[in-house]
Design a protein. Structure first.
Length: 196
């Protein structure tokens, strides 16, 4: 019995750790010095911290300039404060950041360009909900002006069109007789008492 409880506790711990990380997959558009490349399907990790902040992780970021791939590394930003906005939460980072080596199979730590150049100016802003993430990143990467967009800024507003269903609803008085033109009073509409 104790062994089963221990196994169940370990499974629960694993599930709760898993629930604190969310992956978003969408198009990543990168432009270098104003020249854009085709959108690439990319996955971004968002980790939720106990203090209500998030960690943003764009792993194995690569640039393509003049046909050459430049392995940059991981853009990992910790402790981003979330600010509620309508039906989303927004976040901003505007400071220097040390890019870390990627972990792409077949590449050594020394092949990643970002860690070699040291801390770089990085501006990151975005917004998210449970289903969608939109991020804009501007980087001054050793003289290269890099602009990155992940996802699109087309979040639903949360306002839904409401159909006027009262035109066809049956309205009854308290005696159970159907009323076509109700005046002020208590009526039964869709099985519920309604004050008009």
């Amino acid at each position: 019995m104790k062994r089963e409880l221990l196994i169940a506790s370990i499974c629960m711990l694993g599930l709760s750790a898993w629930a604190q990380t969310k992956t978003y997959t969408d198009d990543l558009i990168v432009s270098v010095n104003g020249q854009s490349i085709s959108p690439q399907s990319t996955t971004v990790l968002v980790e939720y911290n106990e203090d209500g902040t998030i960690n943003f992780n764009l792993k194995n970021f690569m640039l393509v300039e003049e046909g050459n791939e430049i392995p940059v590394g991981n853009i990992f930003v910790e402790k981003l404060k979330l600010t509620p906005e309508d039906n989303t939460q927004s976040f901003v980072y505007d400071d220097d950041l040390q890019i870390t080596p990627g972990d792409m199979e077949g590449m050594s730590e020394g092949e990643w360009y970002g860690p070699v150049i040291g801390p770089i100016p990085l501006n990151l802003s975005g917004k998210m909900n449970d289903d969608k993430l939109y991020v804009v990143i501007d980087i001054d990467l050793d003289g290269l002006q890099v602009h990155v967009t992940f996802g699109s800024d087309d979040f639903p507003t949360g306002i839904k069109k409401v159909e006027n269903s009262r035109q066809n609803e049956a309205i009854y008085d308290l005696s159970g007789r159907r009323v076509s033109n109700p005046t002020k009073g208590i009526y039964i509409v869709n099985g519920k008492k309604v004050l008009r």
